[in-house]
Design a protein around this ligand. Structure first.
Ligand code: M1P
Length: 233
């Protein structure tokens, strides 16, 4: 049986923005005709804000917080209560103090079920402020550098740049790849994500899908995803 798994930010929507209205129409039909699963670093409220309640509930299952907060037909069926240890918070706080990016908008640690999103610019950033940070990060590769240092220092925890501005942090094994246990060997898996590069937060799941003989599509944006999906109708 075909099962379609989608990342959200950068794959179904522009990062932290709403889904395109015409794509919503197409995707509504797609979800009605196929088994669709979502897996995102974001929490439920943000995902609903982006894709709407109708699509959210049409999905067979939604894996929020990288699979640490799982929803099915409006019900929460799994929730991980891990919290970031204090020494990790201290390490990241130092990185926040040391960063040469000049803006701080607040909410630099967003605690979500089973994970934390760490952001130098802060999760209160406006779209313009986010763009400034993206430019800064592209120039000096700040998020990858922080994530690599963090992973070297805390071997039981994993830090992965996710989306455009932050770093997603969870215990090792509790990244997006944890969802693979919910699929059978007989399932034909198709996974769509924008960060399947070795440092990105779709990488581990793309590898797990490969081990199940499934197919992963690295996309540039939601229009790219839409073009691929036209092959399936
Ligand atoms: O789903 C991808 C990422 O989306 C957001 O990233 P950013 O705001 O940095 O673009 C965050 O919710 C992040 O946790 C998530 O992985």
């Amino acid at each position: 049986m075909n099962k379609f798994i989608f990342d959200v930010d950068g794959t179904l929507t522009p990062s932290r923005r709403e889904m395109d209205k015409e794509f919503v129409q197409f995707f509504f039909d797609f979800c009605t005709l196929n088994d669709v699963y979502l897996v995102t670093g974001s929490d439920k409220d943000k995902t609903v804000e982006q894709i709407g309640n109708v699509i959210y509930n049409l999905c067979r299952r939604v894996y929020n917080c990288s699979g640490n907060d799982v929803w099915e037909s409006g019900k929460n069926i799994y929730n991980n209560d891990w919290v970031l240890p204090e020494d990790c918070t201290g390490f990241l706080q130092n990185k926040l103090n040391e960063s040469r990016f000049p803006l701080r908008t607040g909410l630099h640690f967003e605690h979500r079920p089973g994970m934390v999103n760490f952001s130098i610019v802060g999760r209160n950033a406006t779209i313009g402020e986010r763009k400034l940070y993206v430019k800064h990060d592209e120039a000096i590769n700040e998020r990858n550098t922080i994530a690599k240092l963090f992973n070297g220092k805390f071997p039981t925890i994993l830090a992965q740049p996710g989306g455009e501005t932050g770093i997603d942090i969870y215990p090792k094994g509790f990244d997006k790849s944890q969802i693979i246990k919910d699929f059978n060997d007989s399932d034909n898996l198709y996974f769509f994500g924008d960060r399947m590069d070795v440092d990105g937060n779709d990488y581990t799941l793309a590898e797990a899908v490969k081990l199940k003989n499934g197919k992963s599509y690295q996309v540039n944006d939601w229009t790219d995803t839409w073009n691929h999906l036209k092959e399936f109708i």
